[in-house]
Ligand binder design. Sequence first.
Ligand code: GAR
Length: 199
Amino acid sequence: MAARIAVFVSGGGTNLQALLDAADAGILKSGEIVLVVASNPTAYALERAKKKGIATAVAWKKELGSQEAFEAVISQKLAEYEIDLIVLAGFMNILSADFTSKWPERIINVHPALIPSFCGKGLYGLAPHLAALEKGVKVTGATVHFVNEIPDGGKIIDQKAVYVQDGDTPELLQRRVMEEAEWIILPRAVEKVSAELKG
Ligand code: GAR
């Protein structure tokens, strides 16, 4: 039986789309995406899930009022859908140590830089790319790793390097890192971990 996967999203959901496409292409075969959880009701990623007929849920911390209430809603949904593996695909909320300790090596994240560079608190979304350009590095990339109580601190599963080019803006670099790294290594890592879980 395939591992039951929940994908957590906050925005556009291009990494979710890469996972959905990998499932269609037979690259992701040891795991099945059965739930998409968004951290806000306007995340376009929700539309991508709905188009595929995948169940969705929204856990909006602003509306729920506290980290505890936010994580209680999420945990209830994970139990309801009998989830084995969580994938953070552009999920912009931090999960507490209390939550992550319940899912050891069962939460995967994609980070848009080569950890340990340009990572940790506050470095998410466009920020790692801005920091990479400010530092003047010539190579950046993406990392897929397990999530523990330290932001971007869990065991690394896969990484892929991407060259910075003259004239790059944070937006151009973000797009290239997605195309050349994130959308390739995230599905590959999710397949590997799913196969190991069920193997
Ligand atoms: C991606 O670049 C992802 O790596 C990053 O946000 C973007 C989301 O795009 N995630 C983080 O910074 C989390 N630390 P998407 O919604 O199109 O997948």
